[in-house]
Design a binder for this molecule. Structure first.
Ligand code: PAF
Length: 281
């Protein structure tokens, strides 16, 4: 497995390859990431994993400095899976003119709602780095986790809007046996908080069942937020949306997605569940 530490090294390597699949990550890899890599390997023998903690997608009060960096262990795990290359550029290589002067990609309509409302500028940071990674790596396929559902939809729209020749594939959320979605941020939770946090998925599942008999979305959302508070969370949002564009749900939508973000202590967790509307024609 090649470890490519600069854009120049990546470009030189890329010239010798034909098809490539990309799995963009910020490192600190867990089984959820490894599942994305396996999904990519099922489609393409030549997989590149990028490991880059992207400063542009972190807010001023967020965990950029303390974000766990575990490059050696990450590379060992990726090598064992049969990944061809790891791309780990420096911030100065990715943003040579500095963050302030960097050209940005903004995907309107979807970037400032839900997580985008709580984390202003976050999805501009995500769309910009993913667009840059697509241009740097020039993959035919890129795999992202469905756990970050809003991020996945932002990336799909960005790829479509900019006519980028990349197939964006979403891979199902990997869960602990408790149902808790795997996330790098779970590492911030104490064992007790980890147990409590499984209530997030249970609440999504409960709402899914309730959606088969009710489309009183605001009532369902309110009840779910109360359940989350009871379970020890401080809810940020709990929202039922159209699964495609994440606009407010209507009874006619063919598919909904129930999205939640909530704080367990200082740790902000997100999760989602898609629900098909069996009464829509
Ligand atoms: O999901 C992530 O880890 C990041 O948001 C991504 C897609 C690698 C962009 O930095």
């Amino acid at each position: 497995m090649r470890v490519l530490k600069s854009l120049a090294e990546l470009r030189k390597w890329r010239q010798q390859q034909s098809e490539v699949a990309l799995v963009p990550t910020m490192g600190n890899l867990h089984d959820g990431h490894l599942h994305l890599v396996k999904t990519a390997l099922e489609r393409c023998d030549n997989v590149v994993v990028s490991i880059f903690v992207n400063p542009m997608q972190f807010g001023a009060n967020e965990d950029l400095d303390s974000y766990p960096r575990t490059l050696e262990a990450d590379c060992q795990a990726l090598d064992a899976l049969g990944v061809s290359a790891v791309f780990t550029p420096q911030v100065s290589d990715v943003y040579p003119r500095g963050l302030d002067k960097q050209t940005r990609i903004e995907v309107p309509g979807i970037s400032d709602i839900l997580c985008g409302a709580s984390r202003p500028g976050h999805f501009t940071g995500v769309a910009t780095i993913v667009c840059k990674l697509f241009n740097m790596v020039q993959p035919q396929l890129a795999v992202f986790g469905e756990k970050d559902y809003q991020q996945l939809q932002v990336i799909r729209l960005m790829t479509q809007d900019l006519s980028l020749p990349v197939e964006v594939l979403g891979a199902p959320t990997q869960r602990e046996t408790s149902g808790l979605a795997m996330s790098s941020r779970n590492g911030y939770l104490s064992p007790e908080q980890k147990q409590q946090a499984a209530a997030l998925y249970r609440t999504l599942q409960k709402t899914k069942v309730e959606l088969s008999v009710s489309t009183n979305f605001s009532e369902l959302e309110k009840a779910a937020e109360e359940d989350l508070s009871q379970a020890g969370f401080v809810p940020d949002y709990f929202s039922i949306r159209n699964a495609k564009d994440l606009q407010e749900a209507t009874a006619e939508d063919p598919e909904w997605v129930v999205l939640a973000a909530a704080f367990m202590g200082k740790t902000r967790l997100i999760d989602n569940l898609r629900v098909s509307n069996t009464s829509a024609r």
